[in-house]
Design a protein around this ligand. Structure first.
Ligand code: PMP
Length: 401
């Protein structure tokens, strides 16, 4: 039995009908459906526990804290880190903003990142530092041969998406880290798109920061994490303060003593149930195995690209990139007179029950450089099979026709 046949039944959403058709969900790069074990973990917290963490002295408070901290262990072991280096945040966006603020960057400090990045890994550098983008080609792929020349005496950070949310391209992290380290520059990796597709070992990669969201990896939205090397975490400035992050606040002179990392960054009541759900999502992902996910990705990705490139009126972005350098994600430009790319995504859902993304995917610069007025993105995951790709291709063929 193939892995998608094995896991499909775990996702209640996938048995839903959409406009008379069985739902075909091909939008995991936007957010993934949730397996039953994640839904159950969240429900169980509400029905059996419901207490604040790191505060309650009663039994329920202790149980909530144990479940919450177990999720930190799950995240840490997924990426080969220490739990004390995992800060829970709202998601990738907040994790990157935390670093951008915490490093105390100024307008003369340069941050080097590909022009193709998602706004979450673009705007924080634009607002807080001097952005130095790595140019991209007409397909949205970074010209990595120009990367080294962009590193200079003012470079404070290299920030790179592990996997592009538009092209699905896997960044050559080993080479990027090697060149950055030669200049003593730390590397931040945006793992929003890779966390549920590729094995990640932060120590083996030699990186300094990693940001990811739970909701793109089968978990609830509203939570994600920042991993940072302990010595860097200890140096990051606090970007918010409040309850739960302070160990002493008795003086009236404005001084207080924050707790040690990671708790010093977790002010206020966190997204407790979502965090517990994220722990369950990681257990689910590891029960499938990232090796099996990758194998499935390579097979289904190759099938999808092959079928899409045969549809007349459809152009696949970064078509020449081999499957070994991308995940199963295809962004296409559909030539259907009188229809925008958003119209096409809408028609796929309304007429064919196929959910994909349409528009700019929070990557306006990439679309501007590639001179594209929007694109349609199909992003399958481990629960999708060839029959789902067939439905997408049938729909597109009819729309174009
Ligand atoms: N980076 C990339 C590559 C993404 O695809 C996304 C989500 N589309 C983000 C960052 C932002 O993630 P979030 O909205 O969960 O903070």
């Amino acid at each position: 039995m193939s892995v998608d046949d094995r896991v499909r039944g775990e996702f209640p959403l996938l048995s839903r009908m959409l406009n008379g058709e069985r739902l075909v969900f091909l939008d995991s790069a936007s957010t993934t459906p949730k397996p039953r074990v994640v839904i159950d973990a969240v429900r169980d917290y509400y029905e059996r526990v419901t207490a604040n963490v790191h505060r309650g002295v009663h039994a329920l408070g202790e149980e909530a804290t144990d479940l919450y901290e177990a999720a930190r262990l799950e995240v840490a072991s997924l990426i080969n880190a220490s739990p004390s280096e995992i800060v829970f945040v709202r998601g990738t966006t907040e994790a990157i903003n935390l670093v951008a603020h915490g490093m105390g960057l100024g307008p003369e400090d340069e941050v080097v990142f590909p022009e193709s990045e998602h706004h979450a890994n673009w705007l924080p550098w634009r607002v807080r530092a001097r952005p130095v983008p790595v140019p991209i080609d007409a397909d949205g792929l970074p010209q990595w041969d120009r990367f080294e020349s962009l590193l200079g005496p003012r470079t404070k950070l290299v920030a790179v998406g592990h996997v592009s949310n538009v092209t699905g391209a896997i960044a050559p992290l080993a080479r990027i880290v090697e060149l950055a380290k030669k200049k003593g520059v730390p590397v931040l990796v945006d793992a929003a798109q890779s966390i549920s597709h590729l094995p990640i070992d932060v120590r083996a990669l030699g990186i300094d920061f990693l940001a990811a969201s739970s909701h793109k990896a089968f978990g609830p939205s509203g939570v994600g994490f920042l991993w940072a090397k302990r010595e860097l975490l200890d140096r990051l400035a606090l970007y918010q303060v409040g309850g739960g992050m302070v160990s002493l606040n008795e003086e009236l002179d404005g001084r207080f003593v924050p707790r040690d990392a990671p708790f010093r960054f977790e002010a206020g009541t966190p997204a407790i149930e979502a965090t517990i759900g994220m722990g369950a999502a990681i257990r689910f992902l590891r029960s499938i195995g990232l090796g099996a996910v990758r194998e499935h990705d390579e097979q289904l990705g190759a099938y999808m690209l092959d079928r899409l490139r045969k549809v007349s009126g459809v152009r696949v972005l970064a078509d020449g990139l081999p499957m070994t350098e991308r995940i199963a994600l295809a962004t296409i430009v559909v030539d259907a007179p009188g229809m925008t790319q958003e119209n096409i995504a809408r028609a796929l859902s309304d007429t064919f029950g196929v959910c994909v993304s349409g528009g700019f995917h929070c990557a306006h610069v990439l679309h501007a450089r590639a001179k594209l007025d929007g694109t349609v993105r199909a992003s399958p995951h481990v629960f999708n099979g060839e029959q789902d790709v067939d439905r997408l291709v049938d729909g597109l063929t009819q729309i174009v026709g």
